[in-house]
Design a protein around this ligand. Structure first.
Ligand SMILES: Nc1ncnc2c1ncn2[C@@H]1O[C@H](COP(=O)(O)OP(=O)(O)OP(=O)(O)O)[C@@H](O)[C@H]1O
Ligand SMILES: [Mg+2]
Length: 280
């Protein structure tokens, strides 16, 4: 009898098996406030140092903007944090105890680091809601979706994320009918359903209208605090609208760091970047 009950329990479609549920950042120790540490990190491609003895520290809850000329190493930096590129030297830690250099890309995602690429990669023919459901089931969590319906708590979380990214009204519409900006927000939503601690966002406003940019600024600003957000962006007007602490990357190292006002008045920054960017 007991076995039958257990089998019934296993086959219930409204439950996600406990052993398949994501562990949400079980070991993350941020008692020192710093969420992400990169120290002495270097990587070369065919002898060219794309990242050169880089030191970067991001506090929990920060919204950090990273700027710098083309080829400065901004995307490579994100590749290193997410495990896509392995540095030749240096250390990369998430909180006090997670050594990111020892984890695979999926393990890093599961540890709570979400990355948004420039080009949206939503499932065009699925509804907005289904896109979020599929994202929730990413990696090891794919099984619950195949085997079980969403729990009420999971469905609520998706609706909360829809509200956060401003797509509640588009809930049942296929993703293909969304505007470019809305697709970008949906993709941010697809990260948020996985409850990341750290969000890495590479050039989020490329191709957006001014209105969409303003909305994206509000969104990223609202995410900071509960999440830690690192934004790479060239659009200086946008950066100015969200910036708190800004890091300027140049030739794979930190050239300057501080408030937007401080870095944009820094002669070295003007010389290598802002001067060249003209209207900035
Ligand atoms: N996988 C790779 N193989 C070879 N070279 C690479 C690779 N990835 C990056 N690079 C080189 O490393 C340097 C830094 O590139 P990266 O894409 O990180 O710059 P970026 O700051 O993101 O520039 P942009 O503002 O143009 O996006 C560039 O010279 C680039 O050509
Ligand atoms: Mg780049």
């Amino acid at each position: 009898m007991k076995l039958l009950d257990q089998t019934r329990q296993l086959l219930r479609r409204d439950q996600v098996f406990e052993f398949l549920q994501p562990e949400i950042n079980p070991d993350l120790d941020i008692s020192h406030r710093t969420l992400l540490y990169l120290e002495g990190v270097s990587v070369s491609f065919d002898g060219f140092k794309a990242i050169n003895d880089l030191n970067l520290y991001i506090d929990a809850g920060e919204l950090r903007c990273i700027i710098g000329p083309n080829g400065a190493g901004k995307t490579t930096l994100m590749d290193i944090i997410t495990g896509r590129t392995r540095p030749d030297s240096g250390s990369v830690w998430f909180g006090q105890v997670i050594n990111l250099l020892k984890l695979s890309e999926p393990e890093i995602a599961n540890a709570g680091i979400g990355r948004k690429f420039q080009k949206p990669t939503v499932f065009e023919n699925h509804s907005v809601f289904d896109n979020l459901e599929l994202a929730m089931a990413a990696d090891k969590r794919v099984w619950p979706t195949l085997l079980a319906r969403l729990t009420a708590e999971q469905a609520d979380h998706i609706d909360q994320v829809l509200a956060t990214v401003g797509l509640l009204e588009q809930r049942q519409r296929p993703a293909r009918v969304l505007s470019h900006g809305q697709k970008q927000w949906l993709e941010i939503g697809m990260l948020l359903v996985q409850r990341p601690r750290l969000l890495l966002v590479d050039e989020p406003v490329t191709g957006m209208t001014h209105q969409e940019m303003d909305r994206t600024a509000e969104l990223l600003t609202s995410l900071a605090g509960e999440h830690t957000v690192v934004v790479v962006e060239h659009d200086m007007e946008f950066v100015r609208s969200i910036a708190r602490k800004v890091t300027v990357l140049h030739q794979g190292s930190v050239l300057a760091e501080g408030s937007m006002e401080a870095v944009q008045n820094d002669p070295r920054v003007i010389e290598v970047y802002l001067g060249e960017a003209g209207s900035c």
